[in-house]
Design a protein around this ligand. Structure first.
Ligand SMILES: [Zn+2]
Length: 395
């Protein structure tokens, strides 16, 4: 046990009883390298620091969550992260966990709701234009409109089921109609997601926005290839004074850099050139890359880059590679401490509304294009057996 962890447990025990000490085992209080544990403990004792976001008055350090759920201490900035909402092809209804998440979202008092893609159930050539429009209407009724009503800004990236960027032999989009209709949906003024755009020239595919001193870059990673044209834009955007002056930079895309889930460890299910992309993000001091598509929650890091692999809320939760844990549908709350540029994740199983025990997740996942470590684990912490793990295809 590290000194900081021990300090926290003692602090927590003294301040608010033993139950929190137990919970601290289940919640990542800190990036390993930070002193966030101590900060969090201090917040538990002195919880009266007032802040104000665009829409909500909140108290930094106060423990806030919907009634009955575990309540993490609020950071300077709080994001509710959801992902992979869709059911089967063409579906205009959403599973109970999606509906529940949207109903509960205001109770966390977030500054922002982020979605890492797959909001509707497209990517089928058999879907007609009217079916696709009906899916987006259902999305708006179930998710978009309730978030607008709650005055929660909504940042998102398109997934392969929303607007796949896959191209055919003739270099044309395979799902061109879906891309046209997704763009039309998001560019309609009545669907305004409430973001403070920096660059919306290619919204909703590649765009940037800023909120609470954090710079967000969304890239279209709805297929495995980030194009050279995209990368030129990414470099320019992340190098800009606006991006570099921000206290933190976060990038969001649907496909992850590395594979973490069973059945998603084949080419096409994670980004091509992950190592190069990661080095460019690190170069521009990106803190976290948030992705979806694998339907399996895994809070990870590789090198200097934090990697939040979000779980699905819709159909098809998947098991993690290197794990016997049951698949689960999850939602993650990120609390951000701006001065230390650190993040705390609190993740809920949205079927049971219980906390996910993050320390029970694998310490390392070895995939076909590289391994990722659980975010509290460093390479030096691994046992010789863990270090010698090699990739085994899941199917
Ligand atoms: Zn997907």
């Amino acid at each position: 046990m590290s000194l900081k962890r021990r300090q926290f447990l003692i602090f927590g025990g003294m301040a608010v009883g033993a139950s929190l000490a137990t919970l601290s085992q289940e919640v990542f209080r800190a990036d390993k390298t930070s002193d966030r544990s101590a900060t969090t403990a201090a917040n538990l004792i002195i919880p009266q620091v007032n802040g104000q976001s665009k829409n909500n008055v909140f108290t930094i350090g106060r423990e806030i969550a919907p009634k009955g759920l575990f309540a993490p201490a609020r950071g300077d900035v709080r994001i509710v992260v959801i992902s992979d909402l869709n059911s089967q092809y063409g579906s205009t209804s959403y599973e109970a966990e999606v509906v529940q998440a949207i109903a509960l979202a205001p109770g966390w008092q977030p500054d922002l709701v982020l979605c890492s893609g797959d909001m509707v159930a497209g990517q089928s050539p058999s879907l007609s234009q009217s079916q696709i429009k009906a899916m987006w209407a259902a999305f708006d009724k179930t998710i978009g409109a309730p978030l607008r009503k709650a005055k929660l800004p909504y940042g998102f990236t398109v997934g392969n089921h929303d607007a796949s960027s896959a191209v055919g032999a003739n270099a044309r989009y395979l799902f061109a109609q879906e891309r046209v209709l997704a763009k039309a949906h998001w560019q309609a003024p009545q669907h305004d997601p409430g973001l403070n755009f920096v660059d919306r020239a290619d919204f909703p595919f590649n765009y940037t926005f800023e909120q609470n001193n954090i710079f967000y870059l969304v890239w279209d990673a709805s297929s495995a290839q980030i194009t050279s044209k995209q990368l030129t834009w990414v470099e320019k955007s992340l190098a800009s004074p606006t991006a570099q002056a921000a206290k933190m930079r976060i990038v969001i895309g649907h496909l992850p850099l590395y594979a973490v889930a069973v059945g998603r460890d084949e080419a096409g299910e994670f980004l091509v050139n992950a190592e190069k992309l990661r080095s460019r993000l690190e170069h521009h001091r990106v803190h976290t890359y948030i992705s979806g598509h694998h339907h399996a929650y895994f809070p990870a890091h590789r090198g200097q880059l934090q990697l939040l692999h979000t779980g699905a809320l819709g159909a098809g939760a998947r098991p993690l590679l290197n794990s016997n844990l049951s698949p689960q549908k999850t939602l993650t709350v990120i609390d951000i401490n701006l001065s230390s540029a650190t993040t705390v994740y609190t993740t809920y199983n949205m079927t049971t509304l219980k906390l996910v025990n993050q320390l029970a997740l694998p310490r390392i996942i070895v995939g076909p294009n590289g391994s990722v470590l659980r975010r509290d684990v460093e390479w030096n912490d691994l046992t010789p057996a863990e270090r010698s793990l090699t990739y085994v295809p899941s199917s």
